[in-house]
Every structure is written in C-alpha cells, then in structure tokens.
Design a protein around this ligand. Structure first.
Ligand SMILES: [Zn+2]
Length: 408
C-alpha cells in the first residue's frame, strides 16, 4: 500500500461504520480496521468518506459571464438572448479560461466526475469543444470529464448546426444533447438526436420541458423514441420543470413511463428556481420537478449545478452538497430516507446516469476519495458539510482547513 486513510466513516451494508482505507497504485485495495504499513498515512478523525460528487450537468463554456450580460427580467428568453449575444465574442482562449475557473472550483468542492454540456451552432462553431477537450487530459489528475454537445438555440431551425454536431461527435465527444424547447419542431429535433446518437453509439442528454405549463410535454416523445431505438438506460432529461405542475395521478403516469423506458431525470434546482415562476409577485411557482417522488417509481434521478454565474443562473459555487441541501429545502424534505435520497442524487445516482461502473468506495475501484467534515450522508446534506480533502486515484488533489475558533 502507498496510502492509508485511518479512522474514516464509510457507509457499509449495515449503515455507517469507522474503518481504514488502503490504496495501492491509485486503486483501493483494502477497507478494514487496523491497517498499517510504511505507506503515507492520514488520520481522518472519523470524518465521512465518499467517492466524490458526480456532476452530470454543468455548462463550462458559458460560465462566469455576468460581467458581459444583462440580467434584468430574470426570464429564460432573456437568458438565451443575452448568452446568444455574448457568444459572438467568445474565443477559444476565453472559453478555456472560464472553463478552468469553473472546473477548479468544482474540484475543491469535491467533484471527481463530471459531464459538461457545450453549445454548438453556426455562431460559436466548435470553439467550446476545442477549448474544453484538452482539459480532459490536463485535469485528469483531479477529475474525469466527459463532453455532451447540444444545440441551445435549436437544431432544425438553425441551418449548419446539425453538421457541427456531427463533426463534434466525429472528434470524439462522448454524449449528444438536445434542446427541443427552442426548436420550431421539437419532436423533429428529438427524432434527429436519436438518429445521430444511434449512428455514433453515444448516450443522450436532453434539456426538456422547461416551463411550468403542464400541457404539451415532450417527455412522452422521448419515451417513444427511447423504446424505438432500445436506448433504455442511455437517456437523461434535464430540468423537466413541467413535472412540477402535474397533479399526483398525472405525475405517477409519467413517472411509470420514464421508469419503463429507462430514462433518467436531472433537476437543476438553482436555475429552475431562478427562471421559473417569473412575472408573479406572490405565491411564486418553484418549478422544481419533485424527483425524490419519481425515485419511488423506479426512475433514476440526479441533482446538478447547470449554470454558474450567467443569466441562466447568476449564482454558483459548484458545490454539489449545497445543491442537495437547496433541493431538500425547497422540496420540504423532512424524512431521513428522503435526505439520504438527496445525497444519492449527487453521488451514486448521477454515476449510474453516466454509467460509471468503477465509481464507489470498493476494493478494485479507483481511489477517488473525498472526505467531508461530518459523520453521515444525512448530516452532509443537512449541514452542507465542508469537503476537507480530495484524492483522485490515490493522489491528494485539494485540502480545505476546517475553521479554527479563537476563543478568548
Ligand atoms: Zn443545462
């Protein structure tokens, strides 16, 4: 062994217990008490270890642009319009600089795996892909990064976009995304995305049904094409705020369809709260899909950051545990089991969505270990626990010092 973490709390089959973790050449080789040897050893004082947070939905290319955008209406239309105008000034170097800022913030918040969504269209071309692709290897010491390309401003209505999406996939991006709500032909876009995905044998991640009108859900079209292409387990849909407007019996119908088709749902609480329910001055609609209830129907669900410091979301510290806490707050979570679900929705559930088969604190897996300043998953969500240390494949990647109280 070359690394030993002593006295660390892990979740085992019988709940939390304190143990040691041994690592050799970047791989977990032992999880048992009283490990010793001449390995580098860290005393963890009973703090809680996780395999790192999994961020399945974040836009690195349009992060950190509040200084060049207006955000006065706080509406989706304004956000798309403002970012669309700002994109004309993006360069590869500029995107790279902002992506690195955001990536490094995510790393120190304990994220070890990430899927980023990058825009492709005739205005921005492939600049986002060219800026972010090199970061996969440059930051592999701290995070595993995969890229999803998608047409934020529509596909069938935006000539030239399709060719660019295909070219990005030829260059090796990992996932194809869609945004039917900005397309003049939403169903047509969904169908075309499935054709492209099937041709390149890649997974799909849509932005979908992003308003609070319960009518006109395209989620049903996505179910239909998922079944037609036998794509169950390979499709995710993000936002789906229309689900927040459904009554229980309608929600159950959609949940059962999603579960049967094998479609995962990602809620983006910060963006959804910011952009939904606009134009009202009281009883403001939250517009956050109740994913903890979808879980009960067998739908895999996740929580993610989405945007950081842009008109879609003028907030952002890239903290996944804060996102879990935010969701728990606004969804009025009270039961311990639901708090645990919130924790799972920023860890092993997005890992399942991204089909990360080597994720988890288990012997034989990469030694991706993040130590939180708490003793359990429940406390992590309730207290927004501070990530104290991160390790990626057994190498230390960051340290946060817990605060020191200077008593008189
Ligand atoms: Zn998004």
């Amino acid at each position: 062994m070359d690394l030993i973490l002593k006295n660390i709390t892990v979740i085992g089959k019988d709940g939390e217990n304190i143990t040691d973790i041994g690592v050799s050449q970047g791989t977990i080789v032992a999880i048992e008490n009283n490990l010793s040897g001449d390995a580098e050893t860290f005393e963890m004082q009973g703090n809680f270890a996780i395999p790192g947070f999994v961020e399945s939905h974040i836009h690195l290319d349009k992060a950190c642009i509040m200084d060049r955008c207006k955000s006065e209406e706080g509406t989706l239309a304004e956000a798309i319009r403002e970012v669309s105008a700002a994109k004309e000034g993006f360069t590869v170097e500029d995107i790279r600089h902002r992506a690195i800022q955001t990536l490094e913030k995510s790393i120190v918040q304990g994220t070890t795996r990430m899927r980023t969504h990058l825009e492709v269209d005739p205005v921005i071309g492939l600049k986002s892909v060219e800026a972010v692709m090199p970061l996969i290897s440059e930051y592999s010491w701290a995070i595993d990064l995969e890229i999803c390309v998608f047409p934020q401003e529509g596909l069938l209505n935006n000539p030239g976009t399709d060719e660019l999406m295909v070219e990005a996939l030829r260059r090796g991006v990992h996932v194809v995304g869609g945004c039917p709500y900005t397309d003049t032909n939403p169903r047509g876009q969904i169908e075309r995305i499935f054709e492209i995905a099937n041709r390149f044998d890649v997974d799909i991640d849509f932005h979908l049904d992003f308003d609070t009108d319960p009518s006109g859900m395209t989620v049903i079209d996505v179910c239909e094409f998922t079944d037609k292409y036998s794509y169950g387990g390979r499709v995710a849909i993000g936002h789906v705020s229309k689900l927040s407007a459904l009554q229980t019996d309608q929600l159950e119908i959609v949940a059962n369809k999603l579960a049967a088709s094998g479609i995962a749902v990602t809620v983006l609480p910060s963006t959804d709260l910011h952009l939904m329910g606009g134009g009202r001055d009281h009883n403001i609609v939250r517009g956050v899909a109740p994913v903890h209830r979808l879980l009960q129907h067998g739908v895999n669900c996740s929580l993610a950051t989405n945007n950081v410091l842009n008109p879609f979301t003028p907030f952002g510290d890239c903290s996944m545990i804060r996102m879990a806490n935010l969701y728990a707050n606004i969804s009025q979570i009270g039961k311990d089991s639901d708090f645990r679900s919130c924790f799972e929705m920023v860890t092993n559930r997005p890992a399942k969505l991204m089909r990360l088969e080597d994720y988890g604190l288990e012997i034989g897996n990469p030694a991706d270990i993040v130590v939180l300043n708490c003793r359990s998953d429940l406390a992590a969500v309730q207290e927004i626990a501070l990530p104290l240390y991160g390790f990626k494949r057994g190498r230390k990647t960051f340290t946060h010092r817990p605060p020191i109280l200077h008593k008189p």
